[in-house]
Design a binder for this molecule. Structure first.
Ligand SMILES: NC(=O)c1ccc[n+]([C@@H]2O[C@H](COP(=O)([O-])OP(=O)(O)OC[C@H]3O[C@@H](n4cnc5c(N)ncnc54)[C@H](O)[C@@H]3O)[C@@H](O)[C@H]2O)c1
Length: 409
């Protein structure tokens, strides 16, 4: 039977999958956001990951927000956001809604893959729900699996096509497995297959937790060095000379994944009466960096007899990571907004920020002369920033620069 893929949720994760599959199959892209669908139909990706050309050379792609359009699809890939509530508990609303849609259109032999980052046991939970709601049986009438997503927005080296993709499914049904390989091979060239869905769910969440913790450690070392007046850069140069020292750097941690995923694992551990000791440790330190930066800025200005309130401040790098348009959980932007509350002479520079935010917040790519500002605070590294501010970065007189993470020294 012909494979008819349908990707549900067309954001940072779902859109690249859709575009890859559409090169080989007639592919459906479903999103509840009508505006997103309209834009995609016009080859506009506001996430700035794909230009119009990437929508060419494809077999056929149908972008829709109507359930009736996807009824005939038989391979569903779910790429819904999995954020946390204000109380830091997992918010599964988007996934629940999508599974509800699937439950109304599920047919015999359909395949469903979850790609969202979750805690172990979620796929099984949804499998149980679908079985109950549809009277169809998993691994007999339909097949549900988990394939964690590793796409790294803004990264031109490690793309979806060339990274190794984990695909976990329990069935032994040969025809189904063939369909799965055929489909996932079009998404990524290297697949690593597992029969253990819970292991795949856990593997994904710990990849991000490990990174969060490692950055947190370096942030803490930076704070210690600052306090003890030790040259952090030199510390790193020396430590890195050891063969097994891991090269993590301090910085602001944001985005949809790292600030969220540790709460997913800790919640399920707590539910099972296990209190985690380390999983969340990175969260505290990494979030604390916001106040650290504001303190550093205040100190920097006070030394010039200025205050946070009356200074002309330029903040460079506002999205959560340089090179992407993603503002979710961006500490950079939080710092900007916090200061903006009492200072109307704060400016931002970030070519990656989308137009509407730029106009609301005075964010430019063409900045005024550096002499205009009392301080230029660099919060992330990108060669574009280096180019825009090359005069001041390369000058001997760098006394307007505050570069807390040593990106430009
Ligand atoms: N962004 C990343 O770099 C990244 C990397 C790896 C894993 N992930 C994981 O992938 C998942 C998706 O993240 P993302 O960054 O692509 O999210 P996103 O916010 O960019 O996109 C999600 C899309 O889903 C749509 N949506 C929400 N609820 C829906 C529903 N009920 N039906 C149809 N569409 C719906 C939204 O409108 C949005 O367009 C998350 O679990 C995330 O943790 C993300």
């Amino acid at each position: 039977m012909k494979i008819i893929p349908c990707i549900i949720g067309l954001g940072y994760v779902g859109l690249p999958i859709t575009l890859n599959l559409a090169k080989s199959f007639v592919t459906y892209g479903f999103d509840k956001n009508r505006k997103r669908i309209e834009n995609l139909k016009n080859k506009i990706d506001l996430n700035k990951e794909f230009g119009p050309k990437k929508f060419d050379n494809i077999k056929k792609i149908i972008f829709t927000n109507k359930i009736k359009d996807i009824k005939k699809c038989n391979f569903f890939i779910l790429c819904l956001p999995t954020p946390i509530h204000k109380n830091k508990k997992p918010d599964l609303t988007n996934l629940n809604d999508a599974i509800e849609i699937i439950s109304t259109i599920l047919k015999r032999n359909d395949i469903i893959f979850l790609e969202s980052t979750v805690f172990p046991g979620i796929t099984e939970q949804y499998k149980n729900y679908l079985e109950k709601k549809t009277n169809l049986n998993n691994n007999k009438d339909f097949f549900i699996g988990y394939s964690p997503e590793r796409v790294n927005p803004g990264d031109k080296k490690y793309t979806l096509k060339n990274i190794t993709k984990v695909v976990a499914i329990e069935t032994k049904n040969k025809k189904t497995l063939e369909k799965i390989y055929k489909t996932y091979n079009k998404i990524s060239r290297k697949l690593i297959i597992s029969k253990d869905i819970k292991a795949a769910e856990t593997a994904k969440v710990i990849e991000n937790i490990q990174r969060d913790l490692n950055i947190a450690l370096m942030n803490e070392i930076l704070l210690i060095c600052k306090k003890l007046k030790i040259n952090f850069k030199e510390v790193m140069r020396l430590a890195k000379s050891k063969w097994n020292f891991m090269n993590f750097m301090p910085g602001l941690v944001g985005g949809h994944c790292l600030p969220v995923d540790p709460y997913y694992l800790s919640t399920i551990s707590k539910k099972n009466n296990l209190k985690t000791e380390i999983t969340l440790a990175g969260r505290k330190i990494n979030d604390r960096m916001l106040n650290y930066i504001i303190k550093e800025l205040n100190y920097f200005l006070n030394k010039k007899n200025k205050t946070l309130k009356n200074s002309k401040i330029m903040i460079v790098g506002l999205t959560y990571k340089a090179g992407v348009a993603d503002m979710r959980n961006s500490l950079n932007f939080k710092i900007f907004k916090k200061i903006k509350k009492y200072n109307n002479k704060i400016y931002g520079c970030d070519p990656f920020v989308t137009k509407n935010i730029k106009t609301t917040y005075d964010i430019h790519d063409n900045v005024k002369k550096s002499t205009y500002y009392d301080v230029i605070l660099f919060l992330s590294y990108h060669k574009i920033f280096k180019k825009i501010f090359q005069n001041i970065i390369s000058s001997k007189n760098r006394n307007k620069i505050l570069d807390p993470f040593n990106y430009y020294s």
